[in-house]
Design a protein around this ligand. Sequence first.
Ligand code: NAD
Ligand code: UGA
Length: 481
Amino acid sequence: MVKICCIGAGYVGGPTMAVIALKCPNIEVTVVDISTHRINAWNSEHLPIYEPGLEDIVKKCRGKNLFFSSEVEKNVAEADIVFVSVNTPTKTHGLGAGKAADLTYWESAARMIADVSKSDKIVVEKSTVPVKTAEAIERILTHNNGKGTNFTILSNPEFLAEGTAIQDLFNPDRVLIGGRETPDGQKAIKVLKDVYLNWVPEERIICTNLWSAELSKLAANAFLAQRISSVNAMSALCEATGADVSQVSHAIGTDSRIGPKFLSSSVGFGGSCFQKDILNLVYICECNGLPEVANYWKQVIMVNDYQKARFVNRVVSSMFNTVSAKKIAVLGFAFKKDTGDTRETPAIDVCKGLLGDRARLSIYDPQVTEDQMMKDLSMRKYDKDHPAHLQPPSPTSIKQVSVVWDAYEAVKDAHGVCILTEWDEFRKLDYQKVYDSMQKPAFLFDGRNVVDVRELRKIGFIVYSIGKPLDPWLKDMPSVA
Ligand code: NAD
Ligand code: UGA
């Protein structure tokens, strides 16, 4: 029986390995992590991450050919294939701070693999890493081992998106495997390809050299994020001109060269990866003497920051230029629907902006805990995408913030409502009931285009929806763009 060990039981390691175990009954898969808390959760009834469909798979395979363990070294030593799926956040200090990828977690995993291995291994980069990381990892693996063990390194970046991880893993657009163009490299590629062939059609498995695989992952995220910043830039122009960004997205998306997906305007993209991967790409370009290319990609992040700031300005300026002491209900805190993940969620910047103007916030999200929100709202930039359990304990809660467990409770007596995550339940709220329980005039700021603007205006709301023709009320307000 082939043995796989995955280092890192996070949003990628957990779901990816659960699907490999389900699809490959002849492979024994063990997921290990330095966080015993996380491992205990994987072994409990309450998994550490929320992902539709994941629980069923874990229940089916756990204890059969899927194991979660804190015995990191033992399981690595016994494995034939070691996936490394540890976090690679943005560096917070030292050289490249605020841009470069922090490879501390990766390096310590590589050193440990070298220390404990007694048999040959294929080491698979699952984490997103700067191009050329494999070369550094190879050096660590080979230089630290005097036991004659052979390590072959592969790059197999992951393209799943949170909230649809299981669907993405079951039916991937492609699986990318990069390896050295040597006999050993090619042999290792075949071994990994055989694992995926258990459920992925061969034509969807792309094999490349190591550097192409590493760079393709950064490039894919940069292109995806660029699409969102492009449509968000258009949303500002729509508001200024009376065009409707949904109509513009639809019109351009019907061009088969552009395509309809990933063109929804929003309060800004979030998630643990887009920002960090682009910052990393920018850093790599700068290090390679390509400042023009670096500046090009930097704009994607600048427009994203602009979009969040624009939203806050819209809220404050609409509400008579101050939200001080006013209750604002925040519906949704996760960076997108169907996940409890808050890493780099635009809600953090929007809430901080409103708190900066002394608003009182009442936040509701169906999947995010109060503790997590309080941590996020008091954390420094870039500390957020380091795993929660590696962060300092929750600071004392922020006085102007209350967290509630029901949308109707959040909006009671509020002056304004901000929708920051597109949870399905926000589409179905009884907005008459919401209106009746709010202070008047009742403002609603839709950062995800989930509400029916016309219906809400009929009820009496003053509505702002990203990239949509402005409410007559807002048109008369001073320009914020
Ligand atoms: P995560 O923070 O959820 O999980 C990483 C885990 O690795 C943590 O539980 C941490 O405790 C553990 N870890 C760190 N160092 C360790 C060590 N030396 N030994 C054992 N365990 C260790 O991160 P994630 O979201 O799963 O992302 C992992 C990687 O995958 C990142 O490089 C990310 O860019 C990439 N990625 C993430 C996604 C996503 O949707 N989250 C998608 C594609 C790729
Ligand atoms: C993204 C990519 O889609 C994955 O392919 C990649 O593997 C992953 O990053 C990663 O490397 O971590 P994810 O961040 O989980 O996945 O979620 P997305 O669906 O891409 O959404 C990212 C952000 O963009 C969210 O805040 C979302 O609300 C926003 N978004 C997305 C928009 O504002 N508009 C859109 O049209 C699409």
